[in-house]
Design a protein around this ligand. Structure first.
Ligand code: ATP
Length: 237
């Protein structure tokens, strides 16, 4: 079943067209990844889906509902949650408080403790540091906290923008393992990544963005084996 559908979506920054007539579908239960070079429009696409950036053309449908003009906070209520690029955690708040903030959109606060335990199970490092200020965590831990916070709203669709960015190799492996685990537990994932090798090997399907347009799509496996993708994104000639 289709969970998210972008149909002919364009987004402008002033006169600059950052993404152009994108058509993307994400089915329930999938991990879908968007890959592309710097400036290709990946983050802009994520912002359009989470509602931070308005679209100038096209429609966005989520779980059968047209959400093209829906406010960002209401999209969270519908089940879309984003862990933003650059982490965006609250540095002065503790790990616990940061996670609690992620649940603001939930009406049922009674299962919050269970959700928090679940996040601590996925990220034991966060459990150890639950009373520490977010700003004192390492880069990798802050990334985990951003993902954990996004999970606190119990999303149907988790949007991850560059979760491996700036991380040490051992954290990169761990983050990708956890993404697969979150997906196996039933959360659909849309992932933006520069680390195309990891992203394609974890994703069911992928789209390749170049200067605001989709130039290729296929299964993760297909794109991993594609010669032009290997050359452009996987560093193998
Ligand atoms: P990166 O990996 O560097 O984040 P990206 O694929 O996510 O790249 P976007 O950040 O979506 O790309 O940028 C797409 C285009 O929109 C680029 O040409 C960029 O310069 C432009 N752009 C992005 N944000 C803004 C902004 N706030 N104001 C003006 N132009 C912007």
């Amino acid at each position: 079943m289709t969970l998210l559908e972008l149909s002919g979506v364009s987004v402008h920054y002033g006169r600059i067209k950052a993404v152009s007539e994108l058509t993307i579908t994400v089915n329930e239960g999938e991990i879908v990844t968007l890959i592309g070079a710097n400036g290709a429009g990946k983050s802009t696409t994520m912002r359009a889906i989470s509602g931070i950036r308005p679209v100038s053309a096209g429609t966005i449908t989520f779980a059968g509902e047209d959400i093209t003009r829906l406010r960002a906070d209401l999209r969270v209520v519908r089940g879309i949650s984003q862990a933003p690029e650059g982490r965006g955690i609250f540095p002065g708040m503790t790990v616990y408080e940061n996670l609690d903030m992620g649940a603001y959109a939930r009406k049922d606060r009674k299962n919050l403790a269970a959700e928090m335990d679940h996040v601590f199970e996925l990220f034991p490092r966060l459990a150890e540091r639950r009373t520490q200020a977010g700003g004192t965590l390492s880069g990798g831990e802050q990334q985990m906290l951003a993902i954990g916070r996004a999970l606190m709203s119990k999303p149907k669709l988790l949007l991850l923008d560059e979760p491996s960015m700036g991380l040490a190799p051992q954290f990169i492996q761990q983050i990708f393992r956890i993404i697969t685990e979150i997906n196996k537990e039933g959360t659909t994932v849309l992932l933006v990544e520069q680390n195309a090798q990891q992203a394609l090997s974890r994703a069911h399907r992928a789209y390749v963005l170049e200067t605001g347009s989709i130039v290729k799509s296929g299964t993760g496996k297909e794109l991993l084996a594609d010669e032009s993708i290997k050359e452009a994104y996987l560093g193998v000639a």
